[in-house]
Structures are given as structure tokens and as C-alpha cells.
Design a protein around this ligand. Sequence first.
Ligand code: ATP
Length: 829
Amino acid sequence: MSTPKEKTFESLGIIEPLCKACEQCKYKTPTEIQAEAIPWALQGRDVIGLAQTGSGKTAAFALPILQALWEAPQGLFACILAPTRELAFQISEMFESLGSVIGVRCAVIIGGMDMMSQAIALSKKPHIIIATPGRLQDHLENTKGFSLKNLKYLVMDEADKLLDMDFGPIIDKLLKVIPKERHTFLFSATMTTKVAKLQRASLMNPVKIEVSSKYSTVSTLLQYYLFFPFKHKDCYLVYLCNELAGNSLIIFTRTCNDTQRLALLLRNMGFPAIPLHGQLSQAKRLGSLNKFKAGSRNILVATDVASRGLDIPLVDVVINFDIPANSKDYIHRVGRTARAGRSGKSITLVTQYDVELYQRIEHVIGKKMDVFPIDSKDDVMLLQERVSEAQRMVTLEGSKRIKNDDDFRDKEDRDIIQSNKLVFISGIFTVGGGEWGTRGMIGVNSLPLLPSTNQTEDISHSSAHLVKRIDPVEHQSKSSTSNQEENDDVESKQPPYPTSHKDDNNKGKDDETEQNNKNNGNETQPEQLIHPDQAKENEDTAKQVKEEAMIIRKVIIVLGSLGGNGSGKRDNGGGVGNGEASMNDAFASEKSSMGNNSNSTNVMDNEVGGVNFRVVGNNEMNHETSDSVQYHHPPVQLSSIRQLTPPVQPSAPPAEKVGDTDSDIQIDNVTFSTPILTAPPAYSPTAPPIYALPHIPIPEFDGSVRDMILYMDGNNNYQLAQQQNLQNSDSRNINHNNNGTFISLHSSVSLPPLNTGVWYAAGPTSQTNTPIDVTPHQQSNHPIIIQSIHSPSNLNSQNSTSNLHSFSDSIENNENNSPTHQRHDPSII
Ligand SMILES: Nc1ncnc2c1ncn2[C@@H]1O[C@H](COP(=O)(O)OP(=O)(O)OP(=O)(O)O)[C@@H](O)[C@H]1O
């Protein structure tokens, strides 16, 4: 038989349309698990597939099922069970992309989503159901007319997880209502060898394909550890995030509570972190994942809900903040990076309480990890004060937020703004490429598991040098690995060190609990969902935006703000109402705190059309830059637009939320803020309301302005809307007057349809502290927010961050108190 490398999908017996689909997915040759498993599956054998994380197991079971469906199409043909909801979505995407050529229809049946719409989807008899066990069981019991009595294929992805104690009883129930005459596939990177568990799956004369040893990690993964005292854990984490700035990280914690706390802590320290755990609503879980996938957040802090199966190519580093209590979880966690032949790194944080677990993991994976190189411990400890401060803030806010998650999310961006920022100075953490490599051992054997299928069949296989018979006796009598597995089960019940958090029981149960929730009437109500398709779109968009943003690579910062509440007068110090007063106070203190510094804050208020605008220009907000310096600046809003005339239609519907506070985007490590927006009420096409639009200043315009880049927020989609090369002579967009030079967005700039909310303008390459002029002049159908991004000058970054701090506080206070804010939306920040 040919070696896997010589094989093609065609030579495995895959039909032409599916081969084409593989090509479209850029699968040039089958991976080893695909090469080994597909022929058996096509022959109609039950398959147990064991292969390393990221080795293409999903297609290994999807292709044979799609082929069988093509040959004998029917509704409710196959059911794929997955332990987590996110994984179910991902598997469904894979089926859809491979099966689109044959018109496959899939339904995702998972907890946390509306039962009724799922029931409707099931009534349409999709070909493939991808489900989490609890919800599927729920439909089988409660959805009229739905049954799986004609099911032909059952797959358990992450089979060892589905067959263990948590899911076992539900699986038992499910299997009672699924026909025995079916094909069954079990796949995982860490397969159980316990016969009792495998019997649960009711396999018939299965073939076992092992493309790796039981607990192996890929060779392209560099595995490190860091050992330090427990009390410095947060500090080390922050240090690592700082060192690895620019990389995409997943940080695994033990509990939901820790996940939430760390996400808050990191955000308070200025890192774009986002939490993912089972206590979030499903919409938020998907939202978090999508933002991470799209690259708008590059730190995902997660429980083990994200440890299995998720395929996010951009993940560079996995950090085990809490060492996993179960060695299997370690394999799956670190498997979120170094996938599909790519390289990646993992760093496991080890404290005095974790040594035993750490040693066990090393033993299980059969590798010694290297210590992660850090310059000096003193460097880490330098962060202690800042970390302690952030910890205090998190403690203050944390309990409230845990109770009220919506509140948490509404304020997430403020966390960043209110915090002092780190300026990240670090080299790029390069992660080289890789190719599909030879992986471990290949073994095939026929596995007589059930008394009813007692015959054993050894299958010789040229590439199989691990050919062994696995039978009940062997399993009971052996073996270090079996023992390990039993130990794992014990391990998971005993956290290695005491923890103050109460939700330790949530570990690993993010999705298992859905059945209980249902019974208790706690089913999470669905919210507006971002379909995973959106994530792909976002990813593409983010890439595009990132590329374009290279033009302003050395750029940053934000100028000032335009506040006001519609009732104020021109005012440089007195204030208008509470909000205005606090804003002024903040500015005043900001000014005085600057002392003799020659860089000054410029505050200018304008009253235009009854609208009081406040603008601050402050070149202290600039950061020094070089290629090796990465900037995280707070998403301070430069300006907001006020509607100058009421909507024409008196019966205009109420304002509608089109964005959320957590939708800021990260481009080249520059955070672009995206406050909540309120969509304008319905417009009369003939008489649109008028909105003020600020000019973007180009102080000391010297003809060096090159680029104006506009980004559009459309329901969290970010697109490069337009790039303009502005020339001095470009009279359409550049105006000069006594106050300076301005870029303005005249209608003559050919903008794409202004059908959504936020616009960003990346502006000139030079800047001084000339005040910003704001003039309402633009008539537009939609509210527009302009943020100008300026190139840095050589100024002290620490001063600038503290200025931003008080500056943004003031914005928040002002906006919260502003009648405009109450009338329209809590948009600013
Ligand atoms: N033949 C192939 N050639 C190239 N890439 C492939 C091939 N098959 C699958 N892939 C890609 O490899 C990645 C990993 O695949 P998949 O998610 O199925 O891995 P897995 O083995 O199920 O991992 P895990 O154990 O973590 O669930 C995916 O991005 C998938 O599109």
C-alpha cells in the first residue's frame, strides 16, 4: 500500500465532487488519520480514530458520511455529537464547506438556543444534525414528530469526553432511541481504552485507527513551563501577556470565576482580553469566540469549554494559567495551537501547589518541558504594583459583574479606558510555518468489544507498526496508560490546592449542565446571535483592515473629544450641568497635573446650532514609536455627532442598538474604539435629518498628509471603507482657515453607502497641539463618528496615558449625565 504522502483523496475512494470540495478547502493530500480511516469508513466499518489535535479528524469522518449521503440521500441521515456548543458549530461549518457541492443541509442543535426554531429546523429533516447531547435528548423527548429512527451514521467527536461520567448517562439514553443498525465513528486525540466506556457506544466490529500514541502532542508545539510562587501568579501572567503582545493567546483557567476575573484584570491592564466560559449566555460565548477568531481581541481567557476541538488557526500561544487537573485536558488545551502542521507554543504556569500535576503531565506526554525564558524575575516583579492595583479594581467590580453579566459587558470598554495603559515593548514572537509531518505511530486493529461481536480480525497494514489486539482482558490487566486514565478521573475530582472560588464545580461542565438547566427552567434565552459564518467574514475583514492599516503603522493617537448636551453655551471653564462640570474639573486637573510641561492640553468649546461641542487637542497623547514598540491606547472617542434636526418622520421608531461597547477593533495593536451606537430613527428618504460632522484637523499641514482610511462598523463588521490619498491640492477634502487646516468629509468624497454607524479616519502623518475645530456642515443620513489617528511625536508615553485616563473618566462622567446620552443611547465609550 502506498504511504499516506502518496495518497490522494481520490485514491482513498472519495468521489469526484467531494475531491473538488477538498481542493476548494485547500486540502491537497489527506492527512494520516484521513488516509487511514476513510477507506474503512467507506467500507461501512465502525471506526475508532485516535490522532493528534489538529490532524484533520473532522474531515476523516465527514467525507465518508457525505459520500454515503450522496449515494443514498435521505433526511436525518447522520448525527454528530460534540461535547461543546462551539465545537458543534465548527463541525457544522466543516460539513457545509465540504458538502456544499452535494447540497448538504445541516442543523445545529445545542443548548442555550431557542428550542422552537430548532424544532422547526428539525421538521425540515436536515441531512446532518450536529448536536450537544443534552439538547438532542431534549428534542427527542419533547419535539413532536422528531425521531432518529432512520439514522444511518452516529459520530461521537471527542468521544472519550462524551463517553465519560459527565455525558455517559445521556448517551446511554440517546442510544436507546437510535437504531442499532447504524455506522458509528468515535474520534478523539485522547481516546479512552476502557472497555466499559467503549461498550457504551455499541460499536459493531470496529476498526481502531491509531495515528498517534495515546497521549501525544505534535512535534511542532514548543512546550514550556514557568515555576514561581503562587502569590505571584497574576503578575507572571501579565508579564507574559506583555512579552507576547502581538501574539494571539488562549489563557486557560480552572473556573468560570477565574476566567471572568482574569479577563477583567487583563483589560484593566490594557490588554484586549475577552472571556469565554459556560456561565456566559450562548450569544456572548459565540460573540467572544467570533471576536477572538476575527482578531479584534487577541487574548481569549477560557475554561476548558474551549479546550476541545476548536480550530482557530491564528492561535500562537496557549497559556495554562491553572494547570489542568486532568492530563487529557492538557493535551487538548495545548492542541489549540500548532494545528494542521503549523507551529505554536504553550506555557504552563506551575506554582508550589502544582508540582505533582506538572510532573504527571510530563510523564504522560513523554516529554520534558523547557523553562520559558524570561529576562529576570525583577522585571516581572516591577509589574507587581500595577497588578495589585488592577486586582483591587477587579475585586471591587468583580462580584457585581459576576452577578450581572450584562452590566459587565456594557462596561468592558470602560475598563480599558479607565485603566492606565502599558506600552508594550517587545519583539515579535515569531511562530514559523510547518508542514504536515509524520506523526507518531500508525496502528490499525479490529477491536472486538462486544460479546455479540466476538470475532477478532487482525488487519495487516504496511504503514502500521503498532498492530495490537485490544481486548477486555488486556485492558483490565494493564497498563500504565490505563492506570493513567483512571488516575485522570480521580485527579479531576481533587483540585490540587485550595481555591477561594465557589464555582470550581463548573470545571469541564460548561455544556453538560444544559440538561440540568433545562430541567430547572434555566434555559438561557437566546439573544441576537452572530452566526459563525460571520466570524469568517470578520476574519477576512480584519485581515484586510490590518493590511491597509500597515500604512499607518507608526501611528497612533487620538485627539480629543466632542461632548456636549445640546443645551450648553461656549464655555472654557464654567461647565454646563453636572456632566459638563465634571468634565471641566477633569480637564482642569489634567492641565494642572501637567505642570511645566511644554505640551499643553487645548480645550475648546463650540456652540453650534444649539449644540455644545467640546474638543480637546493634546499632543501629549502621542506615543513615541519605533518598529519595536507596540501601542495600546485607550479607545478615547474623539468626537460624536449630534443630530441637529429631529427626524422628519414624527412616528419614527425608537432608536435601535447597532453596536456594542465591546466591539472595538485592534489593528496592528492600535485599538479603535467603537462606542455603542444608536441607529437613527427611520428616515424619510426625501428629507433626511442633519447631523453635525466634525472636521479632522491637520495642524501645520505640510503636504505630508497621505492617507485617510475609513472604517465602517456594520453590526460589528469592520470594513475598510475607503482610502484616500489626499494631496495639498485636494480642495474637496482639505480646507485651510485661520484656525488651521482640516480634512473634512464632504459629500464629494465618494464614500460607500452610509448605512451603518461608525467611521474612522486615520489621518495625517504629523500633528501638533493646534486646537481642533468642529463645525457642523455635513448632511448625512446617519450618525457618524470620526476618530482621527495621528502619527506620534517624541513624547513621554506615561504622561500621556495618565492624561488619557482622566480624560476618559471625564468623558464617561459627562456622557452618563448628559441628557443627549439619555435620550439617544449610552453610546460614548
Ligand atoms: N487534508 C488536509 N490538508 C490540509 N488541512 C487540513 C486537511 N484536513 C483538515 N485540515 C485542516 O486542519 C485543521 C484541523 O482539522 P480538525 O479541526 O479536523 O482537527 P482535529 O484533528 O479534529 O483536532 P482536535 O483534536 O483539536 O479536534 C482544520 O483547519 C482543517 O481545515
